[in-house]
Write a protein that binds this ligand. Structure first.
Ligand SMILES: [Zn+2]
Length: 273
């Protein structure tokens, strides 16, 4: 039996970093219009191409968005919400957590929550770190703010419940790995690390092979994408091909993280008793 009542949990998540992918590394990049335009592609073109594809298959998914981008792009936020998608927390400015003081990290958390509350009317359920790192106060902050899930760790192919400060919690971890992310295959910038430009077919091959094993083992699949990357013409077809591949297999639930987490949590709680 799969981990949800509706089948194998397949998560499509989109980290809409936009210009913060650059400004989080170096604030002076804001003065370099061509660098900024590479991030702008995410909200100007990539996001809507993704929304259109998801609508064609009637899929609802999750967008992790820095609060700053939420505040800057209210019309895009409306389109994301109209599509039935979830907006989850992805910091405020996308600055690296390990470079922040505790006060700064608290501020990033609180401002990001406020931005999401302004557009959705409720607090975010999920949190993903801007740079795949957490500090010693991050998990306690998630408990304090009542988060339902985290999608940050690389240590499993199945979801699990977090223990924080030696206490069991109801926070579900939705783990991922770099092979399930578009950035290591395609992120190319003169100033960012990882100048790679692989063929779209390399990503599709990896994701199909991952799907086959994870589905057969009745685990989960967390796909992490960036609109400025997967939303480009040569790559959107990879996402479409994976959707088709999964739907043909059947017994799969492609949905919002918050809804799938609520569905699977009782099973996870049972497993820990
Ligand atoms: Zn990000």
């Amino acid at each position: 039996m799969h981990l949800t009542s509706r089948g194998f949990p397949l998560f499509f998540t989109f980290d809409l970093d936009a210009e913060t992918m650059w400004t989080a590394r170096d604030a002076s990049y804001a003065e370099r219009p061509v660098l900024m335009s590479q991030g702008a592609y995410g909200w100007k073109v990539g996001a809507d191409r993704i929304l259109k594809l998801l609508a064609r298959y009637d899929l609802k998914t999750t967008f992790f968005i820095p609060g700053l981008v939420i505040d800057q792009r209210p019309e895009l936020m409306e389109r994301i919400l109209e599509g039935g998608h979830e907006i989850a927390h992805h910091s405020y400015t996308h600055r690296w957590i390990l470079s922040l003081s505790e006060d700064e990290e608290r501020e990033e958390m609180e401002k990001g929550i406020e931005s999401i509350r302004r557009v959705t009317g409720s607090s975010p359920k999920g949190w993903r770190s801007p740079a795949a790192e957490i500090s010693k106060i991050t998990m306690p902050l998630l408990v304090e703010h009542g988060f339902a899930y985290s999608s940050n760790f690389f240590d499993d192919d199945s979801p699990y419940l977090h223990t924080v400060g030696n206490k069991p919690t109801n926070i579900v971890e939705l783990p991922f790995r770099w092979v399930l992310d578009d950035a290591p295959f395609f992120q190319y910038s003169i100033v960012l690390p990882g100048r790679t430009m692989q063929a779209p077919s390399a990503l599709l091959e990896a994701w199909k092979l991952e799907f086959d094993v994870l589905h057969a083992e009745k685990r989960m699949m967390m796909v992490g994408m960036h609109p400025q990357i997967i939303g480009q013409p040569s790559r959107i077809g990879v996402l479409q091909a994976l959707i088709e591949y999964a739907l043909e297999r059947g017994d799969v639930w492609i949905g919002r993280c918050d809804e799938m987490v609520e569905d699977m949590r009782p099973r996870l709680q049972g497993a820990t008793v």
